[in-house]
Ligand binder design. Sequence first.
Ligand code: HEC
Length: 146
Amino acid sequence: MSKKLPRLLTISCLLVLVPVLASAMGSKPKETDFEAANARIQPLAKVKLAPPAAATSSEPGSRTGEELYKAVCGACHETGVAGAPKTGDKAAWAPRIGAGLATLTKTSITGKGAMPPKGGSDATDEELARSIVFMANKSGANFKAP
Ligand code: HEC
């Protein structure tokens, strides 16, 4: 009896340990293991690809006059392309400034001559007015931005 007990213990230990070890060493990783591992190695912040800056650098509606001007209006008004009144050209702007901001905003919404509606942008009316103020104030006006 006293000799059999240790042997019995050894055997029962092996009976428990062997399957456990075998499964730990030989078991294939489960798919959920990969998912969990993938989740662990994910970067904290993922890079989000976005369209190039320019007109979409800010949400439509929130752009300042200068932002919209630099992204859109300046393409023509900076150099005076196609007869656009050049920014800073007081003579070209004087009669337009005289018409008032409200009228200029209306004209910009519909477009005029070679200028497409809203200058081809997705600007809101308020953003348009802001960029007109930006341009006109560099050309002799003293408009207040909305
Ligand atoms: C594709 C070129 C082009 C772009 C882009 C453009 N414009 Fe113009 N803009 C013109 C031209 C050309 C005129 C002159 C139209 C005329 O008098 O026949 C003009 C005229 C204007 C005028 C004077 C309108 C008037 O009553 O005489 C305002 C104000 C104006 N643009 C604002 C803007 C604003 C604001 C933007 C940007 C959102 C913009 N433009 C973008 C070409 C452009």
